[in-house]
Design a protein around this ligand. Structure first.
Ligand SMILES: [Ca+2]
Ligand SMILES: [Ca+2]
Ligand SMILES: [Ca+2]
Ligand SMILES: [Ca+2]
Length: 376
C-alpha cells in the first residue's frame, strides 16, 4: 500500500511545474550545524497545485522540501514545518510564538494554518492543522503526533520529503493566496526556526531562540503551472574568486516574494535564469543579495513572456556585516578576522571580501574603496 501511494504521488506531480522557494546553503549557525545532521540546512520548498483525477478533480497541493542531505532519514530527527497566513476562516490568527506544534517561531501578521512533517517514525507522519481561535487542534499548543492526518500522504526519498494534502483539508480553495514560512526545526518542543527560507543571513544562533520571521513568501493556489523565465548576468565587483559565492535572489511583487533562489557564482561574471509563475504580471523587483555584497534591486515588468535583463546586474562589494552599508564596522570586522583562511576559517567568512580564500590587506582595501555605498 505504501508503494502504491508513493507511485501515485510521483505520477500525479511529475508533469506539473513547481513554484520554487529555494534557500541558500550554509546559512545555519552553530550549534545546530554541529549536531552532525546536514538536513538541518534547508535548500528549498517547491509547491504544486493540481486536481486529483481519482477523486472528482479535488484540488490538492504538494509541498516538496529539499535539504542538503543526501539522506533525509540519516540521522532521522529533522522536522520540516510551515507556518501559514491564509484567508481568515473566522477564527483570526495566532500571533503567539508557537505554531501548530510547540515550535517557538511565527510569522509577521500571525498564522492560521500549519504543515508539519516528521522524517523519523512511521512513514514521515505528516500533519495539517487549522487555527480554531484557541489552538491548532488537540490542545494548547498541540504536540506533534506520529500518525499523520488521515487522507494525506507523504513520501521521503533521498534528500527530499514530499507532503500532499487536499486544499479543503486546510480550509483553502483554488485562487486563495497564502503567505508563509518554511523551515527545518528539531525534535524538542521549544525548538525554533532553524533555517527559514525567507532568511539567508543572521539566522538564530541557539536551537530554542525565538523568532518571528517576515513570512513574506507568497503563493497563490493555481493549476496553471506554466512559467516565464527572466535571464541575465551578475557582475561581482572587486573579487578574485578563488572561492565561490552564493547570491540570493527574491522576485518581489510589492512586499511579497513569489519565488526565491540563489546563483552560485564561481567567477566574477555569473549568468542567472529565474522561473516565475506565468500568472504573475505587472511590476516586480528582483532583489539580489548575499555574502559581502550590497543589495541590488532590479525592476522588471512581468508580461508572461520570457525576457532578458539588459546589461549586468552589478553587485557592489564591502558590506562584510550585511548592515546594508559599507562603513567602519565592516573594516573592524575584516581586521578582527585578519589572517583567517577559507574554507576552514573561523569568524565571519564575509571578511574575505574578494573571495581570495584569505583575509588580508586586499580585503580592507576593497572596503575602503566602497566606503559609504549602500543597498540599492
Ligand atoms: Ca539553508
Ligand atoms: Ca535560510
Ligand atoms: Ca556594513
Ligand atoms: Ca581576501
Amino acid at each position: 500500500m505504501k508503494q502504491l501511494l508513493a507511485m501515485a504521488l510521483v505520477c500525479a506531480v511529475a508533469p506539473a511545474m513547481a513554484v520554487k522557494f529555494n534557500d541558500v546553503s550554509g546559512d545555519v549557525n552553530a550549534p545546530m550545524t554541529t549536531y552532525g545532521n546536514p538536513n538541518v540546512d534547508l535548500l528549498g520548498l517547491e509547491i504544486v497545485t493540481d486536481l486529483d483525477t481519482n477523486n472528482n478533480n479535488e484540488p490538492r497541493v504538494t509541498f516538496t522540501f529539499t535539504t542538503v542531505g543526501p539522506d533525509m532519514q540519516n540521522p532521522n530527527w529533522i522536522k520540516l514545518v510551515m507556518a501559514i497566513h491564509g484567508p481568515d476562516t473566522g477564527s483570526g490568527y495566532n500571533t503567539g510564538l508557537s505554531t501548530g506544534w510547540p515550535r517557538l517561531f511565527n510569522i509577521a501578521g500571525g498564522s492560521n494554518r500549519w504543515i508539519g512533517g516528521w522524517v523519523d517514525g512511521a512513514f514521515g507522519g505528516f500533519e495539517a492543522r487549522i487555527w480554531n481561535g484557541t489552538d491548532f487542534g488537540g490542545g494548547t499548543p498541540a504536540g506533534a503526533t506520529w500518525l499523520g492526518t488521515p487522507g494525506m500522504i507523504s513520501m521521503i526519498t533521498g534528500n527530499t520529503a514530499t507532503y500532499q494534502v487536499y486544499l479543503s483539508t486546510l480550509g483553502l480553495q483554488l485562487g486563495d493566496t497564502i503567505h508563509f514560512e518554511a523551515t527545518t526545526t528539531g525534535g524538542d518542543d521549544d525548538d525554533g526556526a532553524w533555517d527559514p527560507i525567507s532568511m539567508y543571513q543572521n539566522q538564530i544562533t541557539a536551537p530554542d531562540q525565538q523568532i518571528t520571521t517576515a513570512g513574506d513568501l507568497m503563493y497563490t493556489f493555481s493549476t496553471n503551472t506554466s512559467s516565464q523565465t527572466i535571464s541575465g548576468n551578475l557582475q561581482l565587483n572587486d573579487v578574485v574568486m578563488t572561492n565561490s559565492r552564493q547570491i540570493r535572489y527574491a522576485v518581489m511583487v510589492g512586499t511579497s516574494a513569489i519565488t526565491t533562489g540563489s546563483v552560485l557564482a564561481t567567477t566574477a561574471s555569473a549568468g542567472f535564469s529565474i522561473d516565475v509563475p506565468s500568472t504573475a504580471s505587472g511590476a516586480a523587483t528582483i532583489v539580489f543579495d548575499g555574502s559581502s555584497f550590497l543589495k541590488n534591486s532590479v525592476p522588471v515588468n512581468l508580461t508572461g513572456a520570457n525576457q532578458a535583463i539588459t546589461g549586468n546586474v552589478v553587485m557592489v562589494n564591502g558590506d562584510v556585516d550585511t548592515s546594508g552599508e559599507v562603513d567602519a564596522a565592516d573594516i573592524d570586522q575584516t581586521i578582527a578576522d585578519f589572517g583567517q583562511m577559507w574554507p576552514g576559517g573561523t569568524g565571519n567568512p564575509n571578511s574575505d571580501v574578494d573571495a581570495s580564500g584569505e583575509v588580508d590587506a586586499a580585503d580592507i582595501d576593497v572596503v575602503i574603496a566602497n566606503f559609504g555605498a549602500g543597498d540599492l
